[in-house]
Design a protein around this ligand. Structure first.
Ligand code: SF4
Length: 346
């Protein structure tokens, strides 16, 4: 089991629930836009929000966010460790630095600030900015290279007596990235922040991120996840939560099971599925709803559903826990299903 690290009010590692995180893409110094985006991310179910802190002007504005935000905030630092020191001092819940572009010269000062403020450090290795000597040794940003880079920084922090550490080793190559995390999980017990960096945009990016993150989670690797998508970061949170649900790590929601339909389906199942999903969208407890095309496989395929409907040529059946309890004309059955579903979630 990994070590527990406290990111503000959220604990990661040590068997805690896997936390979903995302990153703002507004101008950090634009208070109105950034505070609105932090709130939108929190409302979407984001457990931890990261902000890029580029200069002292950003640090100044961030003083307000760290006080006002309902979720813990993480400062993302590149190039200048002094900014990380300032961020630890103003109350960020964690700082992330990239050893590939940030010198270890200021490490003593950073560790002192983080110790004084109870602020963990994420060592954020990225295949695109790996230290030159490690890249040369491995002839590129291989999985072993990413892992070695992370462990080099771990050793540097441990030499300073600091172990409040989280690690990430990201690559846009799914296979390489997954392999790097597998190596790392055998090398240390620090919590791992997992994700596929620069996944891209749209459905391909969602699938790419899911392939990598879900593979690791199913292996028991990963304490916090970030889905990296071009566009509105709220989508990253929605996808992140879906990934946790699909691998059984978040059960507090209503799962809607529906069949792909085939020639045996004689009603508009697709519309009913969309309607059902809208009704159960905000359910925050375990529930299973089945919308099936026909009675041939319907009740049996969704035998543990709390409520279900299976269509037929003229009649449809309603079922609970796999057992049929009413048969009626399709239109009536749909209306009854929606009524019962609304009662169930209210
Ligand atoms: S439940 Fe019925 S309609 Fe749906 S895919 Fe299976 S056989 Fe076809």
């Amino acid at each position: 089991m990994t070590k527990t690290v406290k990111i503000g009010k959220t604990e990661i590692g040590g068997g805690n629930a896997v936390a979903v995180q995302s990153m703002t893409n507004t101008d950090t110094s634009d208070y109105v836009a950034t505070s609105a985006q932090i709130s939108a991310l929190a409302a979407a179910g984001c457990d931890i929000v990261r902000l890029a802190v580029r200069d002292l002007r950003d640090v100044e504005t961030c003083k307000k966010y760290v006080v006002e935000s309902e979720v813990p905030l993480v400062a993302d630092i590149q190039f200048d460790y002094r900014l990380a020191v300032s961020c630890a001092d103003i109350g960020f819940a964690k700082v992330r630095y990239n050893p590939g572009n940030t010198s270890h010269d200021g490490l003593k000062e950073l560790v002192a600030a983080c110790k004084a403020n109870g602020c963990p450090i994420r060592i954020g290795i990225n295949g695109g900015s790996l230290e030159k000597d490690i890249r040369a040794k491995y002839n590129g940003a291989t999985a072993a290279a990413l892992s070695e880079s992370a462990m080099r920084s771990v050793a540097a922090l441990e030499r300073e007596g600091f172990d409040d550490i989280v690690i990430s080793v990201k690559s846009s190559d799914v296979k390489k990235c997954v392999e790097a995390y597998r190596i790392l999980s055998k090398s240390c017990a620090y919590p791992l922040h997992i994700g596929i960096t620069e996944s891209g945009a749209g459905e391909d990016a969602v699938i790419k991120s899911t392939a990598g993150i879900a593979s690791l989670l199913l292996d028991g690797i990963g304490d916090t996840i970030r889905v990296s998508l071009t566009g509105d970061p709220v989508r990253e949170v929605e996808v992140g939560r879906s990934i946790l649900r699909s691998v059984g790590l978040d059960r507090n929601y209503a799962e809607v099971v529906s069949c792909p339909t085939c020639a045996r389906c004689f009603y508009d199942l697709e519309s009913l599925v969309h309607k059902t999903k809208r009704i159960v969208k905000n359910v925050g407890k375990p529930m299973k709803i089945a919308v099936m095309g026909c009675v041939v496989n319907g009740p049996g395929e969704a035998s543990d559903a709390d409520l279900g409907i299976a269509g037929g040529k003229e009649n449809a059946v309603l079922f609970r826990k796999g057992a049929v309890f009413a048969t009626m004309p399709v239109a009536e059955a749909e209306a009854e299903f929606i009524k019962m579903l609304s009662e169930l979630v209210s």
